[in-house]
Design a protein around this ligand. Structure first.
Ligand code: NAP
Ligand code: ZN
Ligand code: ZN
Length: 347
């Protein structure tokens, strides 16, 4: 076993605390990664606070993981010791179902082993995430990082990056397209950067007036403050695609009204409760309401290579482990510029 140290939640209400635990000995198809940085995703907060159902404690969150490979199993061809590697939101899947066979392991219909608050393929060993110094993972489920990528600003690509890249690609965003991004947080700021890099004209919808300057610096042409319904008038029937990253329940209607005929609003933000959607809002204008979950290993690798080529990285606030609880509170208050990343040396 490999002894490692990290931070874990022990209940939905108590602050996260320092936690020492063991990782499995690497098998022939595993790699051991010494973690350098781990991003804080709002999903970490939803999970440890039981907002998506009860979590299994202790829970070490974190699925935006980058670091250095320090050990390689005999059967692993993809990595050698010293390589840079990333781990995203899942660490294994059945490998046999239709989703796995078509490179969408995150949608595995048998059992996707998520990076934390989940189980390995044996169905019983708990998985523990990236707020820690080491992780042991099947080489096939780790991602390759090119030399020269700034590791701290790359970590958020493993979730925020792929979650926004995947629908932008799926809906064919290119020059001339109008893309709306709802919520300027971790996912939202990556959606802006990526949509802009693909040639789209980007509009940010936000509840925070203070984010207007930043939205424009990140690549948005327009900024719409959503608190005043009047502000939607200028964009009625405007967008090909809206990526909605909001983490709380809110009214979809003004956003659906902002889509062009045949346009799509893709939900990536996971509001805890169901939403009301009127059939009329979709039928008139033949509009689509869609959802998207992270991305498979192949597409995540494609996204990382794309970001390295285009130099698209996250804007981060680097913190020590002791600041995790404060970072959670600030994220909940939408006060994040635009992703907290933990320096793993401080665990
Ligand atoms: P985040 O950094 O907290 O960003 C969410 C943004 O939503 C906030 O910055 C804020 O932007 C906006 N917002 C917050 N409260 C709001 C309210 N009351 N009304 C309207 N807007 C509000 O979170 P994140 O890490 O980007 O994650 C966003 C959501 O995506 C979470 O639910 C997370 O679980 C989910 N997620 C899904 C996937 C997937 O695969 N589908 C992957 C990762 C995360 P403004 O200040 O600009 O309004
Ligand atoms: Zn995430
Ligand atoms: Zn599967």
């Amino acid at each position: 076993m490999i002894n490692t140290k990290g931070y874990a939640a022990f209940s939905p209400t108590a602050p996260l605390q320092s936690y020492s635990f063991e990782r499995r000995d690497p098998k022939a198809d595993d790699v051991v990664i010494e973690i350098a940085y781990a991003g804080i995703c709002h999903s970490d907060i939803h999970t440890v606070r039981g907002e998506w159902g009860p979590a299994a404690y202790p829970c070490v969150p974190g699925h935006e993981i980058v670091g250095k490979v320090v050990k390689v199993g005999k059967k692993v061809k993809k990595f050698k010791v010293g390589d840079l590697a990333g781990v995203g939101c899942f660490v294994d899947s059945c490998g046999k179902c239709q989703s796995c066979k078509t490179h969408e392991e995150q949608l595995c219909t048998t059992h996707c082993s998520f990076t934390y608050n989940s189980t390995e393929q044996d169905g019983k060993t708990p998985t523990q995430g990236g707020y820690s110094q080491h992780i042991v993972v099947k080489g096939k489920y780790a991602l390759k990082l090119k030399k020269g990528m700034p590791l701290d600003r790359t970590a958020p690509l493993l979730c925020a990056g792929i979650t926004t890249y995947s629908p932008l690609k799926r809906f064919g965003v290119k020059k001339g397209h109008k893309v709306g991004v709802v919520g300027l947080g971790g996912l939202g700021h990556m959606a802006v950067k990526l949509a802009k890099s693909m040639g789209a004209e980007v509009t940010v919808f936000s509840t925070s007036p203070s984010k207007e300057q930043d939205a424009k610096k990140l690549g948005a042409k327009y900024f719409i403050l959503t608190k005043d319904p009047k502000n939607f008038e200028t964009v009625a029937g405007n967008f090909d695609l809206i990526i909605n990253t909001v983490s709380v329940n809110h009214d979809f209607s003004p956003f659906l009204a902002s889509l062009k005929t045949g346009g799509t609003m893709c939900l990536v933000g996971v509001a805890p409760k169901p939403n009301e959607v009127g059939a009329i809002e979709l039928i008139f204008g033949r509009k689509n309401l869609s959802g998207s979950l992270i991305g498979g290993i192949k597409e995540t690798q494609e996204m990382l290579d794309y970001c390295a080529r285009k130099k698209v990285y996250s804007d981060i606030e680097l913190i020590d482990a002791s600041q995790i609880n404060e970072a959670y509170e600030r994220t909940i208050k939408s006060d994040v510029k635009y992703r907290f990343v933990i320096d793993a040396k401080t665990f």
